[in-house]
Design a protein around this ligand. Structure first.
Ligand SMILES: O=P(O)(O)OC[C@H](O)CO
Length: 537
């Protein structure tokens, strides 16, 4: 049927539209003009100090966006690998159902991933694990559009609020997150996701409240994707709306790492890759082989001399690169304190072992919060620190008098290219130290964790990677003793520690920070990272 042309003249229709907009105070804009020419997202200054409502999936995150990897991450990291496997098995069935018109994917993924999990643990994963992956999905133009906004309200129609809140608030500085809720009983998720309209009603109620308390009368601005359930709510509450076409969104760029509003220094979780459906299949298929490889590699490093275990591990795919500094022989000399003191940055628990392998001689490593299982299996001598300054100092002096000692003054591992603050105690033990720059690469599993119950498996997970990589570089020695006329004491040891940190940062190309073990554990685990238990001889 051909549509009957309107009897009203064009100019009258335009006037009517204008009047209607003026009365309701709403303006719809598309980021693509009627002529098809590209129009940029609203200028930052236009949204300055205003309340902006952002559609997370439609505007902020790149398209097409697959929710599966995020649910897989929650299933594995807050649940277990078994739960992840269940999600993987259920997913093809859900896709088939969606093809015949019964799209239960979201509800079923929520149920499988969250059912029975503690609310606290899912919130932790949302802050500690998911942000790394969400940040890779953020579009630069999408984020920059609301950089100067006064209040940013992020609205999600796909993800349950709990999954995106950590990333949006901690890393993008969003003020409020509104989205669908998952039912909780006695602190655990029951798995039922509330209806879409309930989520949108919450958005409406939130905006009504926000607008009522606003002092300025310029109204909220909506930033929306081309389609989605939010259009209706936004048209009721926002005075101005920008709708992004799919074609325009495709031209938007991913947010580069150096433009993250808050640096991603710390993150947690075992999976070092984005678990898409096919990547997850590959991982589960590989795991039996990975377990065998890890057992062989651990055994080789545990019982064989380094000159045999290193090439053997290399034959299984493990890569080690040793870069010896300008005076390799000097590192073998003893100094007046007894053995040499090797100071390295901390990537995994295996750092001191790789230093020993690089030197091809036994060393002692001082540790903190290492699981008794790791201590037992370590092929080198380990000695626990207590965090009691005097006691630790005496202990380290005694160890150094007996032979070479390895310290990681950051006190905890860091996965990203940053160096944490160096605790200065090491600088008081001897007149010079040998800095050792360490870097690692993994393809499937991270060999570090913050959950106390998971730590004993850290080295094993590292060894489970198909091609785990270590780069060890012995650097030129650095003097730590006060120069003539220079005052010693705590102030001096802080300066010396900072100097060593700087030398390592330059060698690795890592950024220096003043962050500490406490900062890391507060952020990732919600505790101070203090472990109980005395020092082991
Ligand atoms: O488990 P992390 O990352 O806190 O590191 C533990 C260190 O090896 C302490 O010596």
């Amino acid at each position: 049927m051909v549509k009957k042309p309107s009897a009203l003249p064009r100019s009258f229709l335009s006037l009517r539209r204008l009047l209607r907009r003026s009365i309701s105070g709403r303006h719809y804009r598309r980021t693509t003009s009627a002529t098809g020419a590209r129009v940029a997202a609203p200028a930052q200054d236009k949204l300055k100090d205003r309340t902006v409502l952002v559609d997370v999936e439609g505007w902020l995150l790149r398209s097409p966006l697959s929710a599966f990897p995020y649910f897989m991450l929650v299933a594995v990291e807050a649940g277990s690998f078994l739960r992840g496997l269940l999600l993987l098995l259920v997913y093809p069935v859900l896709c088939l159902l969606a093809l015949i018109g019964l799209d239960l994917r979201l509800e079923a993924m929520v149920m499988v991933s969250l059912f029975g999990l503690r609310e606290r643990e899912v919130t932790r994963v949302s802050k500690a694990v998911l942000p790394k992956f969400f940040l890779e999905d953020v579009t630069m133009e999408g984020l920059e559009a609301f950089k100067k906004a006064g209040t940013v309200v992020a609205v999600t129609a796909t993800f349950p609020r709990v999954m995106v809140e950590g990333f949006l608030k901690e890393y993008l500085g969003v003020h409020a997150v509104v989205g669908r809720e998952v039912a909780v009983a006695a602190g655990r998720y029951v798995g039922f996701l509330e209806e879409e309209h309930a989520g949108m009603e919450r958005v409406g109620a939130f905006l009504e409240e926000t607008e009522a308390t606003r002092s300025k009368g310029d109204g909220a601005v909506g930033l929306l994707g081309a389609v989605g359930p939010m259009h209706h709510v936004v048209s009721r509450y926002c005075k101005e709306t920008y709708v992004l076409s799919e074609a325009d969104k495709k031209t938007w760029q991913p947010l580069p790492r150096d433009k993250y509003p808050n640096k991603l220094v710390f993150h947690d979780g075992r999976l070092a890759f984005r678990p898409t459906f096919f990547a997850a299949i590959a991982m589960y298929t590989y795991v039996p082989l990975g377990i065998i490889l890890a057992a062989l590699r651990c055994l080789a490093f545990g019982v064989l001399p380094y000159r045999v275990s290193v090439p053997l591990a290399a034959a299984t795919g493990m890569r080690s690169r040793l870069v010896v500094g300008p005076s390799p022989d000097a590192s073998r000399e003893k100094n007046e304190a007894g053995g040499r003191l090797y100071v390295c940055n901390h990537r995994t628990l295996l750092d001191p072992i790789t230093v020993a392998a690089g030197l091809n001689k036994p060393v002692t490593a001082v540790t903190y919060s290492v699981s008794p299982v790791s201590e037992l299996l370590a092929p080198i001598r380990t000695a626990r620190l207590t965090r009691d300054r005097d006691q630790d100092r005496r202990r380290m002096e005694a160890l150094l008098a007996r032979g070479d000692l390895v310290v990681c003054p950051e006190g905890t591992t860091c996965r990203e290219p940053y160096l944490l603050r160096f605790s200065p105690l090491f600088a008081e033990l001897t007149g010079e130290v040998t800095p050792v720059a360490l870097d690692t690469r993994v393809d499937m599993f991270y060999g570090t964790s913050t959950k106390p119950g998971a730590k004993w498996l850290d080295p094993f997970y590292f060894m489970m990677n198909s091609r785990p990589e270590y780069r060890v570089e012995f650097l030129e020695r650095v003097a730590t003793a006060p120069a003539d006329g220079e005052e010693g004491g705590h102030g001096h040891s802080i300066q010396a520690a900072n100097r060593v940190q700087r030398v390592l940062g330059e060698a690795l190309g890592f950024e220096l920070t003043g962050l500490t073990r406490k900062d890391k554990y507060m952020m990732l685990a919600g505790n101070e990272g203090v472990v109980s238990g005395g020092a082991k001889k």
